[in-house]
Design a protein around this ligand. Sequence first.
Ligand code: NDP
Length: 509
Amino acid sequence: MKKTTNQALVIFGASGDLTYRKLIPAVFDLYMNDSLPEGYAVLGVARSLFTDHQFRKKMREGISLFAHYKDAPADKMDDFLSRLFYLSIDTGKGEEYVHVKEKLDALNKKLDLGQNYIFYLSTPPSLYCTISKYLYGQGLTLQQRGFRRIIIEKPFGHDLASAIELNKQLLIFFQEDQIYRIDHYLGKETVQNLMVTRFANGIYEPLWNRNYIQHVEITAAESMGVEDRGGYYDHSGALRDMIQNHLLQVASLVAMEPPNKITAEEIRYEKLKVFRSLRPFSKEDLRENVIRGQYTDATVRGKQYNGYRDEKNVDPASRTETYVAMKVYIDNWRWQGVPFYIRTGKRLPTNVTEVVIHFNPSPMKLFKPADGSTIPDNQLIIRIQPDEGILLKTGMKVPGNGYEVKPVNMDFHYSELNDDYIPSAYERLILDCMNGDNMLYMSNEAVEATWKFVQPILDYWENDKDAPLHGYPSGTWGPDVADNLIEGEENTWRYPCKNLAEDGVYCEL
Ligand code: NDP
């Protein structure tokens, strides 16, 4: 990995869960991979009272639980921790930001940070504008001496209007190229591999269009329920939490045109074209092509699971969706008429995120399996997590007399690349920001385009009392009606298992 210029990472919300579980472990892995510059500091800022020593102690614990290099030698750990500092201020009060400036000035003198600062807002979204404004008030967003960048965590807005307003506010205090809107899905190695698979190989791209692809499936399944995030989730739901950001981003990587160059500008432009080509939902589509569900209680393999409405901090009459499946069309030359089926849900049978490309069937069924069934169509499965890899399902002759055919798998698993270190999504994204590369971050236009696409669904669910919400028992693949979305009598969703090469309705929970 590339070494970067001297700089500091200032984390607002440093006493929180994300800093502890993801951010500091990721920065530590960067340190271990020798990707941090000589002059480097992390300044944690929040209201909670910590001394530097207490903050370092807590971060040591987070690193030892969540970092890739959790077993690093003590001298390495101590050296890294000596670069962590903490400042307690009331982040809601403008007058306290002078302390941020003073602290950064002092660290700058001590550690030669080049006055280059990244501000990472790992706080509740209600503080994104407030913190930006007060940083601006101290002149900390101006790039006269060093660079100044800001990373904004998800969720970026609660709906289209709030996303537009947030963009508008941020652009008062920062220039667009200083703003890094994070979607950690884009930092995943296998999500980036979607683009490499398509554009580094001559064999896929000629087939990658409406002439050869019948439909595309994108699934993000979670076996967990809302756990202790009920309070947050009940105001969000699966559409906002997963589809508006992560899964539409994945869809754009599947559907985009080849960029002219691998640069942030070109790739973001091609992805934006996809978002702008998403066919808006008509009233009929909203009723028929968008399914929402909510998990109910069930006993799975002897274990009792609560229904969503009985979860902690969830309204007992909640109509928040924990499952969404939808049929989406991309109105452009390449994808005209090809349905993209997108689904996500909690308390499904397994944890899996994958893309399935279903190719058109052969024009004549010359060969048949012995039991008279039909051979499944060719499928290319790109597994994002877990058991990351690629699988091609194809028909082969069963050895022996006659021409009996059987579907077989040709698969590649990332785990076979034993020698290669796979950085975590946060490690990759923080390093990109350190290098000023925003390719894997979302532009303001992309965020607004994706909100614009999902807004009619939010409005329909909120305003139409007859909009159905289907219950599904925990541990199943969601409401039965979601099966009706898929066109074609013989087509169904793929029911993936933990292992890439296996599928079936019954999987491990
Ligand atoms: P927390 O709820 O743990 O909040 C982070 C910090 O913000 C807290 O430690 C708290 O510090 C400060 N804070 C909370 N409420 C207020 C308030 N009303 N006024 C001022 N400060 C406040 O959040 P997480 O760390 O879990 O997440 C941070 C951000 O990242 C959120 O926007 C979240 O949506 C996003 N995110 C989190 C993920 C995760 O896995 N945790 C995953 C993806 C995104 P203090 O009280 O000390 O000031």
